[in-house]
Design a protein around this ligand. Structure first.
Ligand SMILES: NC(=O)c1ccc[n+]([C@@H]2O[C@H](COP(=O)([O-])OP(=O)(O)OC[C@H]3O[C@@H](n4cnc5c(N)ncnc54)[C@H](OP(=O)(O)O)[C@@H]3O)[C@@H](O)[C@H]2O)c1
Length: 203
């Protein structure tokens, strides 16, 4: 069975935390992808400086503006990606962008609930919908009729802005684990949740 090789990848929320580390480790791997579309809300802003520095050194890294909670931004990003790929298609979408507000049932308000739902639930679905048109189906034999394998990966509790410095794992360890899980995935994992060590977590 052919192992998944990230050839043309799109990531969301790639300007900091786990997303930025994914970009760094994908670039630094032994077989870096031909294309990495690193998307974030504000590629020109101060929070994307590290990403811009990387892009200035790596021609296969393309920065694309994308807010996953904004359907028109997704449409615009698709156009940019399609323009670069020239029909070749993506073969990996990493829905990494997410928000977490440390609120309780007593303190959460409807605005926060809607923001979280839009970013963490609707965003990935809209991205998956958009990516369907951009995903290649070259792995149809491996991944069944649709040729598309969809899994959820849990990064562990990671030292990022979201995870805080109290977390167990460094971002380097978590991302190294996540990227080593990708090649072991096959059709039997479709729809599963796995952790950064490749262990299946029951839903
Ligand atoms: N860290 C952990 O312990 C942990 C544990 C379990 C799951 N996770 C998941 O892992 C993923 C990455 O987490 P992290 O720890 O790296 O978090 P982080 O450091 O807070 O980074 C979150 C990233 O998501 C982006 N983002 C937020 N809302 C967005 C939107 N509407 N559109 C596009 N990008 C958006 C942020 O961009 P801006 O800079 O523009 O805000 C940032 O790049 C998240 O999905 C999170 O739920 C993390």
């Amino acid at each position: 069975m052919a192992a998944l090789r990230a050839r043309a990848v799109l990531l969301t929320g790639s300007n900091r935390g786990i997303g930025l580390e994914l970009v760094k480790q994908l670039l630094g791997g032994s077989r870096p992808p031909a294309w990495i579309f690193a998307t974030c809300r504000d590629p020109e802003g101060p929070r994307a400086q590290e990403l811009r520095d990387l892009a200035s050194r790596h021609p296969n890294l393309v920065l694309v503006k994308l807010d996953v909670a904004d359907p028109s931004a997704i449409t615009d990003a698709v156009k940019v990606v399609e323009g670069k790929l020239n029909g070749a298609g993506l073969n990996l979408l990493i829905n990494n962008a997410g928000v977490y507000a440390p609120v309780t049932l007593e303190t959460v308000d409807s605005e926060e609930m809607i923001r979280t739902y839009k970013t963490n639930a609707v965003g990935p679905l809209l991205m998956a919908q958009a990516a369907l048109n951009m995903l290649t189906k070259c792995q149809a034999l491996t991944y069944g009729e649709t040729g598309i394998l969809c899994v959820a990966l849990h990064p562990g509790w990671v030292k990022t802005d979201m995870g805080t410095q109290e977390a167990d794992l460094t971002v380097d360890t978590s991302v190294r684990g996540l990227l080593s899980v990708l090649p072991i995935l096959s059709e039997k994992h479709s729809g599963s949740l796995l952790n950064w060590e490749g262990k299946v977590i029951p839903w």
